[in-house]
Design a protein around this ligand. Structure first.
Ligand code: NDP
Ligand code: BG6
Length: 487
C-alpha cells in the first residue's frame, strides 16, 4: 500500500516544559511516530526547555525513556530511536527570568523561512512570560506559531485576560489553542460522515432526529491530581471544552469549505445558539463515593467537605431552525463503569408502521459515533428477521468499526497529538479553537456554574457505576434513556 503520509517541511519545535508529564507522555511519543511514518523530516529539531539542570544528552536519555514507556515495543526500533534522538536538543531556561533566551536563539538558528513553533507545555500562569520572552529575544519574527492548551482560563474573565495577553505578542493566526478531542480520529470522522456523504445531512435536523446523547465516561478517578481537580470539577475540566466541541461538530451547519475560519465560524454560531440552562433540574452533578477497593472522591481530592463534581449530566438545547426542540444530553464523569466516549444520534420513529404485530421491542435508528475505545461508527437499522415465520422484524447493527471495516488495515490509531502537532507545523488551524470560541464556551458555562452556586452538594454515586440516579431521571422524565456504559 502506498504511504498516505504527506511529509511536512523541516521545522524547529520548542517545547517549554519539556521535562513535564504532557511533553514526556504525549508530545515526544507523538513526534516519534510522525518521524517513524515519514512525516517528520530528520532535519526537524525538537528543542526541550525547562529549568532542570540537565544538558542535551541527559534530556535525550529522558526522551528515550519516554519512548520506551509510551511507544509500543513493536513500533520502537533502534534505528528510528537514534534518528529521533538526533533531532532532540535541550536549553535550560527559567521562563520567568532573562537568562537562557540567548542560548535558545542560538539553538534555533536564523532561517526565517523555517517554521518555528513554540509549544507552551507549562502551567498557564507562564504563558504571558513566555510570549513576552519570545518577543524580547527577537524570536517572534518570521514563520512563528505558538501552541497553548487547556486550561484556557477558569471562567470568561480569565479566558478574556489570557486572550488579551497572547494577543499583545501574537496575531490570532499564529495562536494554536489545542483541544485534544478535535485531534481524535473519530471526531474528524464525524465531519467526514456528515459532509462527505449525502445520506445523513438531509436527515440531520429536528424533523428526523429525536435527540442526541454525548457521553465521555472514564473509569479512572482523580487520584494523582486531586487537589488541583478539586478546584475545577467536571464542568470546567470536560464540558466547557471537550464536550462543547463535540456538540459544535454535531450541530454546526456545513461550512463552505473545510478551512479554518469557515469551520470555526460555524462552531461559534452553535456556541452562541446554546440555550441558557435556567432550570436547575436540567443539570445533575455527582461525586463518586467509595466502593469496594475504590476510594471516594473526597479521599482522592484530600478534601473531606468537597462540593466539587466528578460527574455532570445536563440537557441543553440549540436555538436555531435546525435544532429547535431537539435535546442534547451530555454526561461525563470519573470512576464510572467503563471508559467510553461516544456521540449517539437517535432518529425519530417511523411515522406509521405498516407491519402487523407487536414491535415495541424495536428501536428507532441510532447512529453511534464511538470515539474510544474501538473507534468506529455503528448504525442500527430494523430488518426482517431472516427465515420463515412471516414478517418478523428485528434490530441489527451496521458496524463500521475502523479496525475491521477499511480496505487498508489500520495498524495503529494515531494519537490526537500526532495530528495536531503536524497541523501546527503545516499552519492549518482548522482543528484548533479560536479565541472567540473559547470565550463563547465560557460565557455559556459560567451561567451554568453560576446556577448551582449555593445549592446542594453533588449527588453521590458508587465508583464503578453509571453515575447518580438523578442523571437517569434527567432522561426518564422525557421518556428516554441513556445508552448503557457497558462493561
Ligand atoms: P508538569 O508539572 O508535569 O510539567 C511542567 C513543566 O514545566 C516541567 O517541565 C517544568 O520543568 C516546567 N517548568 C515549570 N516552571 C518553569 C519555569 N519557570 N521555566 C521553565 N520551565 C518551567 O505539567 P504537565 O506537563 O502535566 O502540564 C503542562 C500544562 O499542560 C499544564 O497547563 C496542564 O494543565 C496542561 N495539560 C496537561 C495535560 C497532561 O496530560 N499532562 C493534558 C492537557 C493539558 P522544570 O521544573 O524543570 O522547570
Ligand atoms: C483532559 C482532562 O482534558 O481530558 C482529564 O483534563 C481527562 O480529566 C482527559 O481525563 C480525557 O482525555 P481522553 O483523551 O483520555 O478521553
Amino acid at each position: 500500500m502506498v504511504s498516505q503520509v504527506v511529509p511536512v517541511e523541516p521545522f524547529d519545535l520548542v517545547v517549554f516544559g519539556a521535562t513535564g508529564d504532557l511533553a514526556q507522555r504525549k508530545l515526544i511519543p507523538a513526534l516519534y511516530h510522525r518521524l517513524a511514518d515519514g512525516q517528520m523530516p530528520d532535519t526537524a529539531r525538537i528543542i526541550g526547555v525547562a529549568r532542570t539542570a540537565i544538558g542535551r544528552e541527559e534530556f535525550r536519555a529522558m526522551a528515550s525513556k519516554a519512548l520506551e514507556t509510551h511507544v509500543a515495543a513493536a513500533d520502537l526500533t533502534d534505528d528510528l530511536r537514534r534518528r529521533f534522538l538526533d533531532c532532540v536538543d535541550f536549553v535550560r531556561l527559567d521562563v520567568t527570568g532573562d537568562e537562557g533566551w540567548d542560548a535558545l536563539r542560538e539553538a534555533l538558528g536564523r532561517d526565517e523561512n523555517r517554521v518555528h513553533a513554540f509549544y507552551m507545555s507549562v502551567a498557564p500562569r507562564f504563558f504571558g512570560s513566555i510570549a513576552l520572552g519570545i518577543r524580547k529575544a527577537g524570536l517572534a519574527e518570521g514563520n512563528v506559531r505558538i501552541v497553548v492548551e487547556k486550561p484556557l482560563g477558569h471562567d470568561l474573565e480569565s479566558a478574556q485576560a489570557l486572550n488579551r495577553q497572547l494577543g499583545k505578542c501574537f496575531s490570532e493566526t499564529q495562536i494554536y489553542r489545542i483541544d485534544h478531542y478535535l485531534g481524535k480520529e473519530t471526531v474528524q470522522n464525524l465531519m467526514a460522515l456528515r459532509f462527505a456523504n449525502t445520506l445523513f445531512e438531509p436527515l440531520w435536523n429536528a424533523q428526523y432526529i429525536d435527540h442526541v446523547q454525548i457521553t465521555v465516561a472514564e473509569n479512572v478517578g482523580i487520584a494523582g491530581r486531586g487537589p488541583y481537580y478539586d478546584t475545577i470539577g467536571a464542568m470546567r475540566d470536560m464540558v466547557q471544552n471537550h464536550l462543547l466541541q463535540l456538540v459544535c461538530l454535531t450541530a454546526m451547519e456545513p461550512p463552505a469549505q473545510f478551512e479554518p475560519d469557515a469551520v470555526r465560524d460555524e462552531k461559534l454560531k452553535v456556541l452562541k445558539a446554546l440555550e441558557p440552562l435556567v432550570d436547575p433540574a436540567q443539570v445533575v452533578r455527582g461525586q463518586y463515593r467509595a466502593n469496594g477497593e475504590s476510594g471516594s472522591y473526597r479521599q482522592d481530592a484530600q478534601n473531606p467537605d468537597s462540593h466539587t463534581e466528578s460527574f455532570i449530566a445536563l440537557k441543553l438545547g440549540v436555538s436555531n431552525w435546525r435544532w429547535a426542540g431537539v435535546p442534547f444530553y451530555l454526561r461525563t464523569g470519573k470512576r464510572l463503569r467503563n471508559r467510553l466516549s461516544e456521540i449517539v444520534v437517535h432518529f425519530r420513529k417511523v411515522p406509521h408502521s405498516i407491519f402487523q404485530g407487536d414491535h415495541s421491542h424495536l428501536h428507532s435508528n441510532v447512529l453511534a459515533i464511538r470515539l474510544q475505545p474501538d473507534e468506529g461508527i455503528t448504525l442500527s437499522v430494523t430488518i426482517k428477521d431472516p427465515g420463515p415465520g412471516g414478517m418478523r422484524l428485528t434490530d441489527t447493527q451496521l458496524d463500521m468499526s475502523f479496525s475491521s471495516g477499511l480496505k487498508r488495515p489500520v495498524h495503529r490509531m494515531p494519537d490526537a497529538y500526532e495530528r495536531l502537532v503536524m497541523d501546527v507545523i503545516r499552519g492549518d488551524q482548522t482543528l484548533f479553537m479560536r479565541g472567540d470560541e473559547v470565550e463563547a464556551a465560557w460565557r455559556w458555562s459560567d451561567r451554568v456554574i453560576g446556577g448551582w452556586q449555593g445549592q446542594e452538594a453533588p449527588h453521590p454515586y458508587d465508583a464503578g457505576s453509571s453515575g447518580p440516579e438523578d442523571a437517569l431521571m434527567l432522561m426518564h422524565r422525557d421518556g428516554r434513556r441513556w445508552r448503557e456504559i457497558a462493561t
